[in-house]
Design a protein around this ligand. Structure first.
Ligand code: ZN
Length: 169
């Protein structure tokens, strides 16, 4: 499957395995602790998150007034910049400075929050509830239903009519 050849996907699974994360929902705690990343909430107006990266200390500040699934995605996205070793000391979201880098961080975030094996198992668990399946599974993973649907299509778990939008060339 295409996703297995994806460097962001592989990196996300390595991090989960190294930190011994449990889920769903993914527990960020072991990752933050292992890599010395401090997490703070702040009532931002214009940004959803900021990461300040230093060789000895990294601070991640996330918008307090965002809904939880959004905050979780922001944390995972910033961790993408961190673990994919993107160039720079400060990352603020949303950003258009380097679109390929932002897309890579988003792919990492989706894989971190919704690892393929966890998602396939959970999707199977709720097969008897087709009407509310996306909402139930999204809730279980702590992600938005929209993010979940994109991920399901990307992994080929559901049909992908808009496939070209999910995997830009
Ligand atoms: Zn970013």
């Amino acid at each position: 499957m295409e996703s297995e050849n994806n460097i962001e996907e592989r990196r996300a699974y390595e991090i989960i395995a190294e930190a011994g994360c449990e889920g769903p929902p993914l527990d960020f705690g072991p990752i933050l602790e292992r890599y010395g990343i401090d997490l703070m909430l702040r009532a931002f107006n214009y940004v959803s998150g900021v990461m300040i990266k230093d060789p000895v200390y990294t601070l991640l500040v996330v918008k307090e007034n965002d809904p939880e699934p959004r905050r979780r995605f922001t944390i995972a996205h910033e961790l993408g910049h961190f673990f994919l070793e993107h160039e720079g000391r400060r990352f603020a979201e949303p950003s258009n400075d380097n679109p390929p880098q932002e897309r890579a961080a988003n792919r990492f975030a989706a894989a971190l929050l919704m690892p393929e094996d966890w998602l396939r198992a959970a999707w199977e668990d709720f097969r008897d509830n087709p009407d509310h399946r996306p909402e139930i599974v999204a809730e279980k993973f702590g992600v938005s239903a929209e993010a979940l649907k994109v991920r399901l299509k990307e992994l080929g778990i559901t049909n992908a009519p808009g496939k070209t939008a999910v995997h830009p060339p």
